[in-house]
Design a protein around this ligand. Sequence first.
Ligand SMILES: [Zn+2]
Length: 236
Amino acid sequence: MSIQGPKIYTLRALTDIWTGDAKGKPHRTIATGLLGSIRWWFEVLVRGLGGSACDPTRDGNRCPDHRKKPIEPGHHCVVCELFGCTGWARKFRFEVLDENEQVKAAQIKEGETFNLRFTPLRSIRPEDWALLDLTLRLIAKYGALGGKTKIRKRNDGIGRRPGKGLGQVRVESSPNDLASSTWREISSHLHHSRWRQPNHKGFEWAAANKLEALPKEHRSPKTLLAHLRSNAGGGG
Ligand SMILES: [Zn+2]
């Protein structure tokens, strides 16, 4: 497979986005902070669609499995395949750009549009792109970007976002070729034997089908996928 060109999302901030600098000050956009929150929602999505994702913040759960070589089955989970882990580099470069395609340095404020640019460094499967696309839809409908989103994380699920919570975004435009994978293709990708399958004990709550704001009829993996791809509005 050849390496594809960059994929660009244009988002509009509906509220300010907080990433913070090393001193916790809000006046800057820290791309790694935004990427960390995209990864967190990607994990939530994967669990909600019936796959298995490690929790990189948790000892004993995070990838890799050091007994395996990086290219062997079971070395890392499907999330780490794209986002990377020790011994396995992230598959894309990530940049946050302003409307003039310059790196966004200042904080993203309410009403501003900005671009997320994902540039493949190695070949990325269509199913991985599709999961990333669904993640951004999930964030726009029910989640938020950055730290301090004020979305409660509870023992039994993920709370609704508050009305004016930080980090709310709308997708203004997205690459038009990332939503073609079918449910069958995505499901078989998530369950492929090449992935490490971390157990979810203790964080079953961190899954898209545990979103308090998600209507009950959309909580099965297949209907969740269709719902995220639809233009139906999100909660909160
Ligand atoms: Zn992992």
